[in-house]
Write a protein that binds this ligand. Structure first.
Ligand code: SF4
Ligand code: SF4
Length: 430
C-alpha cells in the first residue's frame, strides 16, 4: 500500500492511492459551544439538494445530540469498536513530541481504517478500507435522542450531578456534521469503480454518477457515514460542497465571481460556522497563511480540532470543542488537542477574540483578516478549566474580513453597537 503523510496523525500512513493534492482545500470550523440544534442548516441543505424522489432519507448535513444521537445511529461507536477489535488496547497517542507543522498533536500509534482493513476478514474477505454498511433502521430517526443528556444519577426530587464548569456531570451537545471532504477519503479509497474523485481546484470530493454502479462500497468505507445510497437511481450520493457557490458562479450572490459559503454555512442561526478555502503547497502541506481565518484558528492556534482524526482520512472539518463536556469523551472524539483548545477558548486573548467575531458575518468566503486596535473597555474575571481565576482584558478592536480579491467585505467590533430609534418615527415600537 502506498505511504502518504497525515499531519493530524503526525506520521505517514498506508492509503490505497499515491499522495496527490489540490491547490486549495475546502475546509470549515464549527464552534460547538454555540450550536443550538435548530437544524436550519439541515433544512437549508435538504431544500437545495435532496428534495427529490429517492432522497427522502438523505440528510447530507445533519445535527445530532451527543453522546447518544447519531445519523446513522451509533455510527461512531460502531467504527471505534471495529478499530479496537483489530488493535486491542493499541489505539493510543504519543504526545511526547509535537511540532506545529508536521505533528501538532503528537503521533497516533494505533491503526487507521486503512491500516486495520487487512486483518478484518468479513463475509466478502478483507477490504481496502475497514467499515460497515448501516442497516435501513439505523438510517431512520435521524434526530433520535435529541437533547438527551448523559451522566448523573436520578434521585427522587432532584437531578443527579451538577452542571457547573469546568466539566458538567450531566451534559449533551449538538454536533453538526457534513462530508469532511477528507484529504484521504475512505469513500474514494473503497470504490472499486474509481467513480469518486477529489477536485484539483478545491479538494471537494464528488461521485461521478455515470461511473457509479451502486455497489455501496463508499457507504461502507466512509467512517463518518456521509455517503448515502439512492435506490431509484441505484447510485450513491453525497454532499457536493455547494460547488457552484464555491466557484463564485451564482449570479445573484457573486456578480463578480467571489466564492460564497455553502447553503448550510450561510444559513447558520447560531453563528457557529466559518467556512473557507486553505491554500496548499505543491507538497500537499498547508501553505503558511496566518492571515487566513481558518489557517489561524486551525494551524496557528489549534483551537479547532479534526473530528475523529484517528480514523485516518485527514478530515477538513474542524471543531472548537464544547467546554462543559467530559474531557475523556472529547479526547476520544477530537484527539489530544482538547485541553489546550478549551483553555484558549475559556479566556481568548485579544487577537483570538477578534477572529472569533468573524463567524457568519458575511456570505462571501473570507480569505484574509486584519485587526485594528481599539481602546480598553473592560476587565472580566474568568474561571479557567484549572479552577484558577484569570482576568480577561477586553478591547474594542475591529476585525476586518477580505474576500478572494482582497476587497473588504466585513467590519465588526468587539463591542456590539446599539442604536436607539427615534420614537416619533416608529409608532408601533413598544
Ligand atoms: S467524510 Fe466520508 S464521504 Fe466525505 S470525503 Fe470523507 S470519507 Fe468521503
Ligand atoms: S444552523 Fe447553526 S446553530 Fe442551527 S443547528 Fe445548524 S449549525 Fe447549529
Amino acid at each position: 500500500m502506498p505511504q502518504v503523510y497525515n499531519w493530524q496523525l503526525g506520521r505517514p500512513m498506508g492509503y490505497p492511492f499515491e499522495e496527490k493534492h489540490p491547490q486549495w482545500q475546502f475546509a470549515f470550523v464549527f464552534n460547538t459551544n454555540r450550536c443550538i440544534g435548530c437544524q436550519t442548516c439541515t433544512m437549508a441543505c435538504k431544500s437545495t439538494w435532496t428534495f427529490s424522489k429517492g432522497q427522502e432519507h438523505m440528510w447530507w448535513n445533519n445535527v445530532e445530540s451527543k453522546p447518544f444521537g447519531g445519523y446513522p445511529q451509533h455510527w461512531d461507536a460502531k467504527i471505534l469498536a471495529m478499530l479496537e477489535a483489530e488493535n486491542p488496547g493499541g489505539q493510543v497517542w504519543d504526545v511526547s513530541q509535537k511540532d506545529a507543522n508536521i505533528q501538532p498533536f503528537g503521533t497516533f500509534k494505533g491503526k487507521t481504517i486503512f491500516e486495520a482493513a487487512p486483518t478484518h476478514v468479513g463475509p466478502e474477505g478483507a477490504q481496502t478500507v475497514l467499515g460497515y454498511l448501516p442497516t435501513d433502521a439505523e438510517w431512520g430517526s435521524p434526530n433520535i435522542h435529541e437533547d438527551t443528556a448523559a451522566g448523573g444519577k436520578w434521585k427522587p426530587g432532584q437531578y443527579g450531578g451538577s452542571t457547573q464548569l469546568p466539566e458538567h456531570k450531566v451534559w449533551f451537545f449538538h454536533l453538526a456534521r457534513l462530508c469532511n471532504h477528507c484529504t484521504y477519503p475512505g469513500c474514494l479509497g473503497a470504490c472499486p469503480r474509481q467513480a469518486i474523485y477529489k477536485r484539483p481546484e478545491d479538494g471537494i470530493v464528488l461521485i461521478d454518477q455515470e461511473r457509479c454502479r451502486g455497489y455501496r462500497k463508499c457507504v461502507e468505507g466512509c467512517p463518518y457515514k456521509k455517503v448515502m445510497f439512492r435506490p431509484n437511481t441505484n447510485t450513491s450520493e453525497k454532499c457536493v460542497g455547494c460547488y457552484p457557490r464555491i466557484e463564485g458562479k451564482d449570479p445573484e450572490l457573486s456578480p463578480n465571481g467571489e466564492p460564497a459559503e455553502t447553503r448550510c454555512m450561510a444559513a447558520c442561526v447560531g453563528k457557529i460556522r466559518l467556512q473557507g478555502l486553505v491554500k496548499l503547497g505543491t507538497d500537499g502541506k498547508w501553505a503558511n497563511d496566518p492571515d487566513n481565518p481558518l489557517y489561524y484558528l486551525i494551524r496557528e492556534r489549534q483551537i479547532a480540532l479534526p473530528l475523529y482524526p484517528q480514523f485516518g482520512t485527514e478530515p477538513n472539518g474542524f471543531y472548537i470543542p464544547p467546554r462543559w463536556v467530559s474531557r475523556a469523551y472529547l479526547t476520544q472524539m477530537f484527539g489530544p488537542g482538547v485541553e489546550r483548545a478549551i483553555e484558549q477558548y475559556s479566556c481568548p486573548d485579544r487577537e483570538l477574540l477578534a477572529v472569533l467575531q468573524l463567524f457568519r458575518t458575511q456570505r462571501q468566503i473570507l480569505f484574509k483578516f486584519r485587526i485594528e486596535k481599539g481602546p480598553k473597555i473592560a476587565e472580566i474575571p474568568v474561571r479557567m478549566p484549572s479552577g484558577q481565576t484569570k482576568v480577561q482584558e477586553l478591547f474594542n478592536d475591529t476585525v476586518i474580513g477580505f474576500n478572494k480579491f482582497g476587497k473588504e467585505v466585513v467590519r465588526v467590533t468587539i463591542e456590539e453597537p446599539t442604536f436607539e430609534r427615534p420614537k416619533a418615527q416608529h409608532v408601533n415600537s413598544i
